[in-house]
Write a protein that binds this ligand. Structure first.
Ligand SMILES: Cc1ncc(COP(=O)(O)O)c(C=O)c1O
Length: 391
């Protein structure tokens, strides 16, 4: 443990922040082991959304109180995400979700590409980091797909090195796999991409609730994640290096600003949820302060939170498996009836599901833990799985 931290991890305090964890199913407490598809939200996030409607509900850039408050709230939320990413506020873009943002970005980058240019994607990734790039095949862009090492579901780095060349314009890699939990060496991959003169796009959706993001240290060009996976509302966010956000031009309506990052946020945003994003980052910071009240600023508080939670999560928080020939949906239903929430299927990691040969058999069962889960919930899961097999 870090010497100054008050206590290792105060799970009781954490769970108090999340009112929905009190849900009952058939007389038993719900066990939310479904985090990789979206986490529960702390009351701070709910309050921020309600408060937005009570005090700041207006569109942007108006000459009156609620509109000014709305503008201030968006600036504050951008500042919160800037601390989360470790970047400047004007390098933060809000959007509907990671998938939509990535399609928007891919179309904008695609305007600059020519036939024969190459983009590298992977077999490990969620399709939201594959399909938007594959869509550029329409323009003659060539997609190269990096394979995995099947034995441990890690990326085949030799294959990656073979696929990156002078023709590569962008490398799109996930920080962590939403199906099997593999954490990719994204710093090393960013260096390989840059050495070839390519841009680096990181999908950090699955990583964000588990590990500290530092885009400056990573030196990536773009990184996307979704606040609803880290205790916030259903939206997506993008970090883009300022020079790239200014250089690439998204499709937009004529009266809308050409100034970045706002020009990337087409139409009216779900502003009440942007208020919730700021509160989600502040919740994580509050957790950090709860562990060490001496932290000096929000970034330090976030660093503390992300130092303590992985220790509690003990390294392996996402796993997928099959049990003989049992259909994963049948297992998930059995568990769901007992108040244990898990996911079955491919979770849109289609390349991986196909590569592992499980796609035509209903995929896998996925158990995903975050910092509000308990050992007791894991024991309940194991007991229920034994019960399923014995029936
Ligand atoms: C690793 C990963 N990338 C991308 C996505 C897509 O995110 P969104 O739902 O915000 O479009 C998900 C969602 O499950 C994911 O787990």
């Amino acid at each position: 443990m870090h010497g100054t931290e008050k206590k290792a991890f105060d799970i009781a305090w954490v769970r108090e922040q999340f009112p929905s964890l009190k849900l009952q199913v058939n007389g038993r407490a719900a066990a939310f082991l479904d985090g990789p598809a979206g986490t529960q939200v702390p009351k701070q996030v709910m309050d921020a959304i309600q408060n937005y409607f009570l005090t700041a509900n207006a569109n942007t850039c108006g000459a009156f109180l609620t509109s000014r408050r709305n503008d201030e709230m968006i600036l504050a939320a951008r500042g919160a995400m800037a601390d989360f990413f470790n970047c400047d506020s004007n390098e933060v873009v809000f959007g509907q979700n990671m998938t939509t943002i990535t399609f928007v970005l891919a179309r904008a980058i695609g305007r600059e590409l020519k036939p024969g240019d190459e983009i590298v994607v992977t077999t490990l990734d969620h399709d939201a980091n594959v399909a938007p790039w594959r869509a550029l095949e329409e323009k003659g862009v060539v997609i190269r797909q990096v394979d995995i090492r099947e034995a441990d579901c890690t990326l085949d780095l030799d294959d990656l090195k073979r696929k990156i060349s002078a023709k590569t314009k962008l490398v799109a890699v996930g920080y962590a796999s939403n199906m099997v939990g593999t954490i990719n060496p994204v710093t090393e991959i960013t260096k390989l991409a840059h050495a070839a003169g390519a841009l680096m796009f990181i999908d950090a959706v699955h990583f964000a609730p588990h590990g500290l993001i530092d885009v400056r240290a990573l030196d990536c060009d773009f990184l996307a994640c979704s606040p609803y996976k880290f205790f916030g509302p259903h939206m997506g966010t993008l970090y883009g290096k300022r020079q790239h956000l200014e250089k690439f031009m998204p499709y937009k309506v004529r009266p809308a600003t050409n100034t970045s990052p706002e020009c990337w946020e087409t139409g009216t945003q779900v502003q009440e949820l942007i208020a919730g994003i700021g509160a989600a980052v502040d919740y994580i910071a509050e957790l950090g302060r709860h562990c060490d009240p001496r932290v000096k600023n929000r970034r330090e508080a976030l660093q503390t939170a992300y130092r303590v939670t992985p220790q509690y999560e003990t390294g392996c928080s996402t796993l997928s498996f099959r049990m003989g020939n049992h259909n994963p949906t049948a297992i998930a239903t059995f568990l769901g009836d007992r108040g244990i929430f898990t996911w079955d299927g491919n979770f849109y990691a289609l390349n991986l599901s196909e590569r592992l040969g499980v796609e035509q058999h209903g995929g896998v069962l996925r158990v995903g833990l975050v910092h509000y889960n308990t050992v007791d919930e894991v024991e309940r899961l194991l007991a229920a799985l034994r019960e399923f097999v014995a029936q």
